[in-house]
Design a protein around this ligand. Structure first.
Ligand SMILES: [Zn+2]
Ligand SMILES: [Zn+2]
Length: 288
């Protein structure tokens, strides 16, 4: 079975996020390391981090990842905002290290009043600063994005350029989000176009850089540039497409994380949890 996981809230505690994911049958998970809409957070006490590590062992959850705060914009031409973003990234890397998590997923950011190239250079520079200050082994996983507005990351070339400009390429990886690449204009709904997309990824970035997958269907169409996640099989990407990913030997062992809408749904007169429904759908696609 592929390493299916889910994004869980840490509102009830870091260890509770682990047990929540495990109780639904997931083998990995993604969390925010703090409130994703606030700049600062209290340091994580050592005993809480230890409890978290222990809960991973107990629950059999492997390869967890962190998603960084939504406020961070490493591409901002505004020096104050960028400095704040670098500080926040340092904090994310240190929190990851403390929790024993090796990957922090990050959106490259938006260049706003700058240019695409200046934005990419700022991202690489921000990351260098953050890696210098957070001298641990935690990695940043640059996420592909839908490319809304001036957001970088909608082309594989953007991520390749950042890695190329970085002085710490060994601390950089990539997280591929299916909803985002689809919204950004990558078509992969047939076996042929899926292969083409993966070949393009390998040629431009290199498949060895791929460290995590976000499995999300998309509310909007290919090239819409709108980032709206849908349940697996309930969006424009469609269920069958996810079969290509879950059976791809190149992706075996990578965390495949759901960031799909939460809550309850009624299916055939039965009330179910969306996470359970999505996991069941993904499992049904795995060829044995
Ligand atoms: Zn993301
Ligand atoms: Zn994502």
């Amino acid at each position: 079975m592929p390493l299916f996981g889910v994004h869980e809230s840490i509102a009830g505690g870091f260890d509770q996020a682990v047990f929540q994911a495990a109780s639904k049958g997931f083998k990995t998970l993604q969390i925010f390391s703090k409130n994703s809409n606030r700049w600062s957070a209290k340091p994580i006490p050592t005993e809480i981090a230890e409890k978290f590590r222990g809960s991973l062992q107990k629950a059999g959850i492997v390869n967890p990842i962190i998603h960084d705060s939504y406020l961070i914009n490493a591409a901002s031409p505004n020096e104050e905002l960028r400095a704040k973003s670098v500080n926040a990234l340092v904090d994310e890397l240190n929190r990851a290290d403390l929790l024993g998590i090796s990957g922090v997923v990050m959106h490259p950011g938006a260049y706003t009043t700058g240019t695409e190239e200046s934005g990419l250079r700022l991202v690489a520079d921000s990351l260098d600063q953050a890696f210098r200050e957070a001298a641990n082994s935690a990695r940043i996983l640059l996420e592909t994005t839908a490319g809304q507005g001036t957001c970088l990351g909608a082309r594989f070339e953007h991520l390749a350029r950042i890695i190329d400009l970085s002085n710490y390429p060994e601390r950089l990886g990539v997280c591929l989000d299916t909803c985002h690449i689809f919204a950004a204009g990558y078509e992969f709904r047939t076996e042929e176009t899926y292969e083409k997309m993966m070949t393009e990824f390998d040629t431009v970035i290199g498949i060895d850089r791929l460290k995590a997958i976000h499995l999300n269907d998309s509310v909007k169409g290919c090239g819409s540039r709108v980032d709206r996640h849908a349940a697996i099989g309930y969006g424009a990407i469609g269920k069958e497409t996810f079969g290509f990913l879950v059976n791809d030997p190149r992706l075996a062992g990578l965390p495949m994380i759901l960031e799909t809408p939460k809550g309850e749904v009624e299916i055939d007169g039965k009330t179910e949890d969306w996470d359970d429904v999505n996991l069941r759908t993904l499992r049904s696609l795995v060829r044995v």
